[in-house]
Design a protein around this ligand. Structure first.
Ligand code: KMT
Ligand code: NI
Length: 180
């Protein structure tokens, strides 16, 4: 099961858990309510044929798909990319990742601007809504392989915070105020 918790916001290694003391976990249902982040568990042995992913793609209109591997060997400009991923940013579209191998953390801001750390492992499909401030880091194992999906022509541009005046941001904030 996916795990998520409120982060201790210190300056230690970004790749470690950063639990609070005592640890403060949040369920995936509550995470959805307060942030709009969606989560699906897929079966890694059967996802190519069992129809679950196919349905999701159909329902949500994901027409584009590729794969990203983040490791020192596979990612060009590895250090630079990892820095970019970990800069607090938002996108004009959803960020959809389906983890095939390895692991990592997506951090999202709640409405009080506190960081929530979401651990992703193989079989997890996570949808980060457009307009939410977030970031990504590898964990200490330094490896993740994930599928990326997109509606139409992919557009991965990160808009670093502050991006409060962007339309996707104001819409996101409004949606949350109206209870998603
Ligand atoms: C992103 O945009 O943050 C990424 O693609 C991170 C790697 S995919 C798990
Ligand atoms: Ni992003």
């Amino acid at each position: 099961m996916v795990r998520a918790w409120y982060m201790e916001d210190d300056n230690l290694d970004q790749r470690t858990e950063h639990y609070r003391n005592p640890a403060k976990y949040i369920s995936i249902e509550d995470l959805y309510k307060i942030s709009g982040v969606e989560y699906f568990k897929l079966n890694l042995d059967t996802y190519t044929t069992d129809g679950v992913l196919a349905n999701l793609k159909e329902e949500r209109g994901y027409t584009y798909e590729d794969e990203i591997v983040c490791s020192e060997e596979c990612l060009t400009n590895y250090e630079e990319k990892l820095k970019t991923f970990y800069q607090e940013h938002l996108h004009t579209d959803e960020e959809i990742r389906f983890i095939i191998e390895g692991s990592g953390y997506f951090d999202v801001r709640d409405k009080n601007d506190e960081w929530i750390r979401i651990e992703v492992v193989p079989g997890d499909l996570i949808i980060i809504p457009s307009g939410i401030y977030h970031r990504f880091t590898l964990d200490t194992k330094n490896y993740i392989r994930a599928k990326r999906f997109f509606i139409g022509e992919p557009q991965w541009t990160p808009y670093n915070r502050p991006a409060d005046d962007m339309e996707c941001r104001t819409q996101y904030v409004m949606k949350l105020q109206n209870g998603n």
